[in-house]
Write a protein that binds this ligand. Sequence first.
Ligand SMILES: C[S@@+](CC[C@H](N)C(=O)[O-])C[C@H]1O[C@@H](n2cnc3c(N)ncnc32)[C@H](O)[C@@H]1O
Length: 343
Amino acid sequence: MEVRPHLVYRHDRDSQLKITQSCNGMSSIRAGDAFDLIEELEDHSVDLIATSPPYWGLRDYGMAHDESVLEQWRSTGCEDTRVPHYDWYRSAGGRLGREPFPTWYVAHLVEFFNKARPVLKDSASMWVNLGDTYFARWGSIRDGGRQGLASSRGRRRTPSGGYLHDKQLLMIPARFAIAMQDAGWILRNDLIWAKPQVLPRPEKDRLRLSHEHWFHFVLKQKAGRPQYYYDLNSCEPGGLDVVTCPTEPGSSGHSATFPSQLIRPRILSSCPPSGVLLDPFCGTGRAVVEAVRGGRTGIGFELCEPFARVASKAISAAAKSSSTGQDSTALAPAQRRKKAASE
Ligand SMILES: C[S@@+](CC[C@H](N)C(=O)[O-])C[C@H]1O[C@@H](n2cnc3c(N)ncnc32)[C@H](O)[C@@H]1O
């Protein structure tokens, strides 16, 4: 696949500037909005999307968000129950993950993944990682910490009403998965990522959230049952849909980083050798790095320029050590066992 230079939006969205892009063979990180960058990929060019979009209402990744977006929407005469397209929302100063309602957030995610559908090969898979959150009219926005402590906090303003009620667990991952099914995606697994250690919480009237979801979607075929690449031997021993895995510290200030141990089996099982992985919300690039280490081509999109730079450096380093043959962690579990036995 050709990797083309491109223009991206800077944070103020008014000026379009060329910014850094790194290429290792064909692996690359592109800084910009995934909703724009996805249009640059060729149709039927990607084997696997593995990603974790910003969760709803949890953190800001250092990006400005205009809290007046709902008032702006109302001033156009639209009801809160109608969802603006992402383009309108963005031009009104909105950020993905900071939508005033979970319905808007879910609709924007589905809008993105539908936009991404043409770039997927018919045999492709998509793994989407999402976590849940509780409703609070004045919820905290964090700039750090996967459910962890923040170095600074903002406040999210969410109108209550209906199921949006204080203390409500919002079931956002489930709402997303059902909306994707309604949009024509086939859900193959709801893998539960169980986190053995989570930070203490002050609440005394509920259990602590200690799991997230990994949804595995595939495509409907023009005729017949879905058919897609899958190598069960590269999954965790036992092949169960609950995987216990500790969180991993993030790099360079990014705290919502995939644990390598969890993303690697998703890549090796769902992206063929030499295939192409795309992480459209790649942060500091953990999935892209694991793809490169596993002999796949990795492409990452990231809106936040500093994270994109870190990801670029990380894939350069991964490409270097893979080409020098130093890296055996990228091998599938079965291959690793074989290699260890022969040593
Ligand atoms: C949950 S984090 C992903 C972390 C990543 N999985 C890792 O291992 O580092 C979501 C990322 O999406 C980025 N992001 C938010 N909105 C975006 C957009 N519209 N386009 C591209 N990236 C975006 C955020 O800056 C953040 O780094």
